[in-house]
Design a protein around this ligand. Sequence first.
Ligand code: GDP
Length: 527
Amino acid sequence: MSKAIDDMLQQEVEKRRTFAIISHPDAGKTTLTEKLLLFGGAIRLAGTVKARKASKHATSDWMEIEKQRGISVTSSVMQFDYNGHRVNILDTPGHQDFSEDTYRTLTAADSAVMLIDVAKGVEAQTIKLFQVCAKRGIPIFTFINKLDREGRSPFDLMEELEQVLGIRSVPMNWPIGTGRELCGVYDRMKNQVELFQGNDHSTIQVQKVEDYNDPVIREMAGDYLHDQLCQDLELLDVAGDQFDLEKVQKGELTPLFFGSAINNFGVQTFLENFLQLAPPPEPRRSTAGLIEPTNEKFSGYIFKIQANMNPAHRDRIAFMRIVSGKFQRGMTVKHVRVGKDIKLSQPQQFLAQDRDIVDEAYPGDIVGLFDPGIFRIGDSLSQGSEIVFDELPTFSPEIFSKVTVKNALKHKQYQKGIDQLTEEGTIQVFHTVSFDDTILGVVGQLQFEVFEYRMKGEYGVDVQLQRMPYQFARWIVDDQIDPSKFRINSTLVKDKKGNYVVLFENEYAMRTAMEKNPTAKFLETAP
Ligand code: GDP
């Protein structure tokens, strides 16, 4: 490849930022996303964020269930340009009922923005999503939202981040007053004050200052708030962590920003700091070693498969994260698992409503590929060599239901449906060793509803789901497995590949089983 093309690839890689926003429902993810898109003048939207939430669109082709409930079942991607950067936001469903897909989408991100409600602090779904990010060691940036409301003290929240998530934080800015008294923030990195004015906090005045002791701040904010600010910042200077880029990049320290998404307050500075500090597309591990994004040969992997986004077509869309090289429409690549060359002729940058055809894309970008049933989650695609990327993580199911088909004559379609839907990776299927009952395991309850709906819609099969009392699945590795040992508050099943798995009703049953079987290993996911 010529040097000019090399340089171009390098530039395209360097300007990209691919991240996900992780939060608990209601923290303000939709609002923040919208504001970010506004700054960028989005060039490709996965349906406007609001429309998706309100589900107003008559032309909407999301799954019916999504429309009915007014929630987003699917994860999609939004892309915009800002200050010379190309930004990809991976959207993750904001509903309580999330799925393995949500987790897996995070593997396609190079960094994460953790959004926290100032009054609620760290919540359940934040913890789960944080843990997935922390396992990969990706940088995490924290935005404390809804500062216009009464909330917890910033110190309190910092302590909670450390206690609950085990991550230290470094405030990049600091609120001047909170709730109704909030009048602005002090930017610790740039030594400037950003003031809001008016009741809706909307007008922002930016003022450079010497440091936080500057009397200018006193004039703007009054004695009381300025004294408070000085006290807080002195304490931070003495007892807080210093900003350390290396630690941030390793995910050991999270830069902390305060703001209010709905008032568009602190969002722009957040975006600018984030784009500067967040990493460009990272290399990925493979059988051929680390694949650098600037590697001239195209490569990518499938991290998510979405069926029937448009019910008029029976197609599936496979979401591919580009790892290296340049993607071009119509290019021929090796589908490594099946050992065949395929032509990528119908790539789509993913949009829930409008599907935009992509002509070219670069590392960090996500492209939706038309999938006539040839892809599986984790598949690698590459140009030239046979690169296989590391397997994507699987997650331990937490909710279980026994499934039966209402009409026995439909058994064949039922089997086909189960096979195909489990291949998409949001439900796992198990068979009990005792009666060969079929048990499905999922991460979020909604997956059962989606399953039931799709079995009927796509395979014409009515299924009955009966909730089982299990809460944990553990794959057992042992020389000798004695089914009689797993009867009390647990049951022995086999997964699709024939591995033994025990489902437990509670933690106590699980611990007891572990103690009684000291030679066995109990794994959270398939070995
Ligand atoms: P999501 O569920 O995380 O996507 O949250 P939304 O963006 O839908 O926000 C949930 C609610 O919080 C909505 O009523 C928003 O208007 C509100 N909200 C979002 N950001 C702010 C904020 O900065 N201040 C206040 N007071 N409310 C906010």
